[in-house]
Ligand binder design. Structure first.
Ligand SMILES: [Zn+2]
Length: 311
């Protein structure tokens, strides 16, 4: 791929992240979340906040001497908000699927992953786990990693009290383990990527690594399988974590994209579920300016979402 095309891809991805968080943040409110707890795509933000993380992509890292868009491998958990993981820590690529399980799309997703021999990571919403425990069992039975995505996809969770956050995350883990006794749940992903120190701390208390992402094709905006495929295949690099959704709305475009994404990526990379046995490498104190990632962790960009206007 030419440098020009790489640059274009970089701009598209950065734009996607900026636009997605803002757009979905405007679409969703507390009441809406309650009615459609799975409708919120991860790249959302609290309604009154700006995007929680403007540039967690593979590209355009401020201060990076390389040309924006140049594929590179980042260190493990480098640069995520408050120490959240944004790369796999190895050359392996990780696909992550948020907001499920969903009886329409999760089985299709699992079948495609099985066909290509790919293990992925599923970030599960508690209410959906409770509604479809058999799908959680199917995910675990196929060897995918499990991730806690909060009880009801509350994008404002990080601004609530520590006790409330802990209760929410623990309740979600309980539901997952009610479906899959003894399940390992090594990761937590904050809905909307609206990380705060409190939510990262709560996750750590429950032995979960906070999990962000590197590549976001904004599949939840239903751009079509072709665009999802194009963004993912042109943006990934060794170690990247790709954000996708198998629930939260019409995700047939994502499923269809997988039919092209999976053969492409499996030719170029080794895909794997995120490791569940790694030490918790997050900073001991959730200070954004102290985060090891440098540019991306800077407070100017990664200040957590402002207290959302949840009523
Ligand atoms: Zn989500």
């Amino acid at each position: 791929m030419s440098r020009t095309r790489m640059l274009i891809a970089a701009v598209l991805v950065v734009g996607a992240v900026l636009g997605s968080a803002y757009a979905l943040g405007r679409l969703l409110g507390t009441a809406d979340d309650r009615q459609r707890p799975t409708a919120a795509g991860s790249p959302s933000a609290p309604p009154t906040s700006r995007p929680a993380l403007p540039s967690p992509t593979a590209t355009a890292r401020p201060g990076d001497p390389e040309v924006p868009g140049t594929p590179r491998r980042l260190g493990p958990e480098r640069g995520g908000p408050y120490g959240a993981r944004i790369t796999t820590g190895s050359a392996q690529l990780a696909l992550t699927f948020d907001d499920g399980p969903d009886p329409r799309y999760t089985p299709q997703t699992l079948a495609l992953l099985r066909r290509y021999g790919v293990k992925a990571t599923f970030c599960l919403v508690g209410v959906n786990v409770r509604a479809h425990p058999e799908l959680v069992r199917a995910i675990a039975a196929d060897g995918h990693a499990l991730c806690n995505h909060s009880w009801a996809h509350d994008v404002g969770l990080g601004s609530r009290s520590g006790a409330t956050i802990l209760t929410d995350l623990a309740r979600t883990n309980q539901a997952i383990r009610a479906a899959v006794p003894g399940a390992s749940i090594a990761y937590f992903r904050q809905p909307g990527g609206a990380w705060t120190p409190s939510v990262v701390t709560a996750a750590r208390k429950l032995n979960m690594t906070s999990l962000h992402w590197t590549v976001d094709p904004r599949d939840w905006t239903r751009p079509g399988a072709g665009r999802i495929t194009g963004t993912v295949t042109s943006s990934v690099f060794p170690g990247a974590i790709v954000l996708l959704h198998d629930a939260g709305g019409d995700r047939q475009g994502t499923v269809n994209a997988l039919r092209a994404v999976l053969p492409n990526l499996t030719r170029r990379f080794r895909l794997a579920a995120l490791p569940t046995d790694v030490p918790r490498a997050q900073p001991s104190s959730a200070q954004p300016a102290q985060a090891p990632g440098g540019p991306l962790a800077g407070p100017s960009d990664d200040t957590p979402a402002h207290p959302p206007a949840h009523s």
